[in-house]
Design a protein around this ligand. Structure first.
Ligand code: FES
Length: 179
């Protein structure tokens, strides 16, 4: 039987949401995205297109996680899925790992493997996450695509289509931040 403490007069926050991520109890706010709630509770979900200060786009699919649903676990894009009361989220299951590795293998299929000469070498999220969440090897043996580059998107943003992973961050940044 639950006993109610009559001295507890703290108002109930109607926007508070309680969920679990990898078994850890997490408090979030209504409207928060799963990836943001995970960040706040130090559960890292790999991502490329998500940025907390830009509108989510759900472009790269790197942030797939498992959410318990009425028919069992379902894979969802955590940067587009809001938290919900009682939600059970898992970011480290075999299925999630397989999905994240598959996305990385696809993203790297046409990406040049020129990290030592690339301007972003050493501070590249793609390189970092290929190590931390990638499959370790690629089945892709075909010739990679070659494109004319760079293409100016704005005064400050230039597109390198050989390295582009279609995350939409540069075009969103040009639209939302550098107007
Ligand atoms: S970070 Fe979620 S789809 Fe790209």
């Amino acid at each position: 039987m639950t006993t109610v403490d009559p001295t507890n007069t703290a108002p109930v926050d109607p926007n508070a949401v309680s969920l679990t991520i990898n078994g850890k109890a997490v408090s979030a706010r209504k409207g928060d995205l799963i990836i943001a709630a995970a960040d706040k509770s130090n559960e890292f979900i790999p991502r490329f297109c998500y940025h907390p200060r830009m509108a989510p786009a759900g472009m790269c699919r790197q942030c797939l996680v498992e959410v318990e649903g009425p028919r069992g676990p379902m894979m969802v894009v955590s940067c587009m899925t809001p938290v919900a009361e009682g939600q059970v989220v898992r970011t480290e299951t075999e299925q999630v790992k397989k999905a994240q590795e598959g996305v990385l293998e696809l993203l790297l299929a046409n990406h040049p493997l020129d990290c030592p000469v690339c301007d972003k070498g050493g501070e590249c999220p793609l390189q970092d996450q290929a190590f931390s969440h990638g499959p370790g090897e690629s089945r892709y043996v075909e010739e990679k695509r070659h494109y004319e580059k760079p293409i100016p998107i704005s005064d400050n943003v230039f597109l390198d289509r050989e390295r582009c992973i279609l995350c939409d961050r540069c075009t969103r940044f040009a639209d939302e931040a550098t107007r």
